[in-house]
Design a protein around this ligand. Structure first.
Ligand code: DGL
Length: 272
């Protein structure tokens, strides 16, 4: 009989900044036995308005660091913008080294598998929407599926500044959601790390007729599936402490972690 050894090495997760902690939190909830090494590229955030080339340069540097310094067994790109700009590039560069998961493909799989969803809307940063990656993958996987995509670039900085569930977020959100692009949708994909924080407000705007979907849980489930399939789950027992690393440190980053992770966490600065 084949022995089930598993793999105690950590899972590497990275994002442009602190927002990817929404994904890290979902992974922690679903896979509490896994050690997580999180890198937030705070020195270069936001990624949402940067070029594809620059985001690829930043992403491969972080991925290489997670593999070389921390011996990560799998990588999660917990950032929609980096997933749109750099996933295929990273996957090809790291072939044979570690499996890489992004936040877009699991969501596309979820959308195309659903029989209820006939017309999803997608909101995200300028670079994610401008890359056309979601649109192209949906078209390829389910030809004929109607969908709408809208860049909502003010939302991530708004949330990062703590403006959610208040009159400012209400006004900005309504301005975006009233756009013609989002008319007649039956579901809305929150395709940005920050948007789970305004999920409730969006649900209130639409009421029960539109299903609001955030990718954190879908991605965490995908990671669990992959680690199980590849026999890479932590073999149980003692896991080492999770680490939360940033490429630039300022005290307000640490305060922001509370918003995205649900609890305050200690950030450590690294030089990349
Ligand atoms: N993490 C980014 C995303 O999910 C949002 C913040 C940024 O623009 O860097 O698209």
């Amino acid at each position: 009989m084949e022995s089930k050894q598993g793999d105690p090495r950590p899972v590497g997760i990275f994002d442009s900044g602190i927002g990817g902690l929404t994904v890290a939190q979902a992974i922690h909830r679903i896979l509490p036995g896994e050690q997580l090494i999180y890198v937030g590229d705070t020195a270069h955030m936001p990624y949402g308005d940067k070029s594809i080339e620059l985001i690829r340069t930043y992403s491969i540097r972080i991925a290489q660091y997670l593999i070389d310094t921390h011996d990560c067994k799998a990588l999660v790109i917990a950032c929609n913008t980096a997933s749109a700009a750099a996933y295929e590039y990273l996957r090809d560069q790291l072939k044979g080294k570690v499996p890489v998961i992004n936040v877009i493909d699991p969501m596309v799989e979820f959308l195309v598998a659903s029989h209820q969803i006939k017309h999803p809307g997608i909101i995200a940063t300028k670079t994610t929407i401008g890359s056309g990656v979601y649109q192209e993958k949906l078209k390829r996987r389910k030809p004929g599926l109607q969908f709408s995509a809208l860049a909502t670039p003010l939302l991530a900085p708004m949330i990062e500044e703590g403006f959610y569930n208040n009159s400012v977020s209400h006004a900005i959100l309504h301005e975006y959601l009233e756009q013609a692009e989002l008319k007649n949708i039956d579901s809305l994909v929150l395709a940005c790390t920050h948007y789970p924080l305004i999920k409730k407000e969006i649900e209130e705007y639409y009421g029960p007729g539109v299903n609001i979907i955030d990718s954190a849980m879908v991605v965490a489930e995908k990671l669990k599936y992959l680690l199980t399939k590849e026999n890479l789950l932590h073999p149980s027992g003692k896991k080492k402490n999770d680490q939360f690393l940033v490429t630039d440190y300022a005290p307000h980053f640490e305060k922001t972690t509370r918003i995205f992770y649900g609890e305050g966490i200690h950030l450590e600065k690294i030089d990349l």
